[in-house]
Write a protein that binds this ligand. Sequence first.
Ligand SMILES: Cc1ncc(C[n+]2csc(CCOP(=O)(O)OP(=O)(O)O)c2C)c(N)n1
Ligand SMILES: [Mg+2]
Length: 842
Amino acid sequence: MLSTDYVNTIPPELEPSFPGDERIERRIRAYIRWNAAVMVHRAQRPGVGVGGHISTYASAASLYEVGFNHFFLGHDAEGGGDQIFFQGHASPGIYARAFLEGRLSEDQLDGFRQELSHRGPGGGLPSYPHPRLMPDFWEFPTVSMGLGPLNAIYQARFNRYLHDRGIKDTSRQRVWAFLGDGEMDEPESLGAIGVAAREGLDNLTFVVNCNLQRLDGPVRGNGKIIQELESFFRGAGWNVIKVIWGREWDPLLAADTDGALLGLMNAVPDGDFQTYKAESGSFVREHFFGRDPRTRKLVGHLTDQEIWGLKRGGHDYRKLYTAYKAATEHTGAPTVILAKTIKGWTLGSHFEGRNSTHQMKKLTPADLKGFRDRLYLDIPDSALDENLPPYYWPRNSIEKEYLHERRRALGGYLPARTVRGTPLVLPGDPAYAVARRGSGRQQVATTMAFVRLLKDLMKDQEIGHRFVPIIPDEARTFGLDALFATKKIYSPHGQTYLSVDRDQMLSYQEDAAGVLLHEGITEAGSTASWTAAGTSYATHGEPMIPIYVCYSMFGFQRTGDGLWAAGDQMTRGFLIGATAGRTTLNGEGLQHQDGHSLRLASANPACIAYDAAYAFELGHIVKDALRRMYGHRRDGESPDVFYYLTVYNEPIAQPPQPDDVDVEGILAGMHRYSPASHGAGPRAQILASGIAVQWALRAQQLLHEDWGEPADVWSVTSWTQLRRDALAVDEWNLTHPGEPRRIPYVTRRLNQAPGPVVAVSDWMRAVPDQIARFVPGDWSSLGTDGFGLSDTRPALRRHFAVDAQSIVHRVLHQLASRGEVAESTPAKAAAAYRLDEVCRAQ
Ligand SMILES: Cc1ncc(C[n+]2csc(CCOP(=O)(O)OP(=O)(O)O)c2C)c(N)n1
Ligand SMILES: [Mg+2]
């Protein structure tokens, strides 16, 4: 593997002079270190005991402080300021700094991890960076390891995109990501570093806190994580800066003329380096320098104490300043700073370098005293209460003034999240004409219907330029290739080659100001891109409307955690689950046929999912979604949602919008699309969604023609929204005794509808079953539970018993059990339709 010697990348002679006051900044660090640890410690007080992390921030304090005092640009800085991904469980240090800045009170610190019970909801502080829970503070959720590095790369890339499209000048904005060395084992952490290099993202800096430990023990006991990471990043084309040794080592390395010390540094594995720092100076003399007589001699003039005082680079403020400065000045490639630190540093021998340090949340009275002395804080012994040691906040000190002055000079306090901007002027009805008018004799799948609508919306004078289609390959599958030539694919390099299909209408065109984000085959990257674009309303004050079109099977299932974080970050936009359904994507089989993404989507509280059957439904849904997320929202509505729309690839005749279209029903989750039109009124209700509405309509016809049983057919546009409404009503009724009871929407709609209810969809039964208990009368559902298989649509539908004949069978069965048809009728139907013969399915 490609790595350089185990020493600092920037030699001492190239270090710039340090512009700050090192003594004052050391004092500031001491206060923050103390308060961070005390905050977590106090959160373990009797009756609370809510956990937290002390050792991570203790290892990273200098990494952050050099940034806060000299580099991180606040939102008021000219050019818009920096965007910082803080390591999730280093949050105590970030809160402790905000406390010193006067942005958080002592009482708020005492509410750490008690978001409900400390002074009521909102009175406490969330455990980790969660924008949704602390929306004016945290900008980026990071605590799911691996998502921070991935999202940071795509954030930096999106910043470039905004710039290159002329939407916002982001040339002076930098993205910083603070990461753990253990975290780098996540595939997402390293999986996109090639993207950052390829796109030349010199607006991006990774700082990896290499404390050599993760939660359980060493990251690479037998190896060297810094060297390993150097190889990966260097190989990918990054600028790598290692900050391994503190300044105390400089004279030793200068005196190491025969390279013996260097050889030792290169050879010793991380496990040993960790152990040294959990031991003592004499141990280091013996077990490190003592390995070679030449190095033993090299430190012969140093006392054990002086050997103990040879620091790691990540705790040397000047070495870090040097690295950060070089990173911000480097052009053409992103930079990673690999800083070697000690986990639990300054917390004393029970914490430093111990394998258990990650989980330790309390200091013993002796630890507290030692820690105080180490930081030179004038807190009397008598104040060091076992449960509630005091916070330290010197009022009107020069340190405090210095700290404020630095943040003023750098453009304001961080982290901070701001949402500016006014509602967008949204397109009116004419923009949706294509969805309303149907497809005439042409057969059009809902995927194509959506793309047609999108094309029209992208022409809108006001907001057309705000749409950001995102695709992980497969554009041709979804019909999005129609946008290649007109909107072009974003590439910072433009198109430097002669395109093979340049003469064709739908040629593949790359452009430096392209609109489409064609990510290549990375759903994880696409999700990250979508998150960056969908939070632009906050991070840049420029609302963008991302439309990420994925294979529905590779959305929630593949990148569910990214979508969870997107919900936390309050991403607004559209996720389009194309090729939806377990039987509609015929032929593809077990891996591709999606019969459960709607189930997964229902678990994400930020996600509003619709399973439309027709283009006109999609039109109303999209229009309302744009209104809610980007326009004028109604009372009680949160705009901080995203829409998951499942669309199918089966061409059908799109009907024109009915004259008496029930828009309220479409948006609420169900409308009666086809009432029973014959004879004495309906005797059963068929609830269907998406493509299954086609089967339900055919079943309605068969029921009437073959069995004389009229039925209503409903198009259920959102099972999840119906359920959410019902749960909310249920809750309201519980908490408002004595007031007139409210009735859930689904119950209201079906209250007067006679007969049993049979629900059917191309999804597993648990999807429609969400509403079962709110449906009056007999409930039964059909669905595609189980793995998919490769076959034709009819065969698959017969196999899963969701086709029209199977629906008829089920309706008759329900009617028979109510005594409304003869007991033998269902069996007769099964025989007549030869339901057990898959080959006969049409
Ligand atoms: C995806 C995921 N898996 C597991 C965890 C639990 N976890 C929290 S911190 C941690 C160890 C982190 O080690 P490292 O990245 O080296 O950070 P350090 O605390 O050493 O700076 C783990 C496993 C998590 N937060 N996210
Ligand atoms: Mg670590």
